[in-house]
Design a protein around this ligand. Sequence first.
Ligand SMILES: *Cc1c(COP(=O)(O)O)cnc(C)c1O
Length: 370
Amino acid sequence: MNDDFPVSPPRAWAEIDLTALRSNLAVARQASGVALMAVVKAGAYGHGLEEIARALATEDLAFFGVANVREARQIRHAGVATRIYLLGPTWSAEREEIVARDWTPCISTLEEAREFDALAAARGVRLKVHLAVDTGMGRGGFLMDGLAEILAALERFAGLEIEGIGSHLPSADEDEEFTRHQMAGFAALIDELGGPARFRWRHLSNSAGILGYANGSCNLARPGLMLYGISPLPGFQQQLRNVMTLKSRVTLLRNLPAGHGVSYGRAFVTNRPTRVATVGIGYGDGYPRQVSGHGGEVWIEGRRFPILGRVTMDQLMVDVTGCTEICEGAEVELFGANLPVSEVAGHAQTIVWEILTGITPRVMRCYLEL
Ligand SMILES: *Cc1c(COP(=O)(O)O)cnc(C)c1O
């Protein structure tokens, strides 16, 4: 951008370990025992959609799962030929492209089906679609009641091939009894609709479903979070490898006297002479401001240090009193192998999915094969 002054290293960056990603995919494959749809919505959970799609292009996936047509276009743009499944509903104006590109939508209403059928017929093709069923999520799909008639109606559309049936687990990481009941209900539903052979693809499980439950009625699973190295269920974390490490650097080191406020609102005031490291990352990078005052820590030179006061847009302050080996420019880990992102999410009173997808475009993504 300015050829005369080219050096301006990033203040915050994310290192993304593609070897760990593939290792986590292997865990999903092993744990589910079925074919996989790698869920790469929301920029592959903040890891970078095109790069992650390219990294997994040769992994024998049945599908990539995306939220919408924009994301499907990004995968296409990355030159990846793996089939694309649209997890969410589509706009009417997007459907011609979906048919033309042979992306696979899930169907929640007969109106959607009718339009896809007409568009496919106009092109002289048959579009593969999946029947979406609401078995408890309350977000999309047909209700279970009367589904046999719905399927019969869908089968009359000559332009559509009802290739699959899918549903979603709302509570696999929170309510085991409900989830077992839901899985049994889905299996019974498939039997009622003609048995497993009726649908080329039958899918229900997200990461928690894959890790925590045996699910005999399905032959496809949809892992998201676990691919990125985080288990939504306790007890499985050690099988997964950390993928994203969020890093920054110490930009300033200063000594503050006792009684000096730190950051906005002076929510923290030093009670002793304090050595304060200023770090070049803030909520403008997606590091959650909500950790302020809730025990947030960072990792520098092999140790944890507490965040002082409020996280600001571009910077945060850390107490490094008594630690003489830290110098300006020292690398800081905000989360990663040494400081689990689940801990940051806990301090921010939110979920890991929100932290990962909240890392903003200002944070440069660096891809490594470790
Ligand atoms: C996001 C999503 C997934 C992946 O969920 P994880 O909990 O991240 O594994 C699977 N299925 C559907 C329908 C989704 O929307």
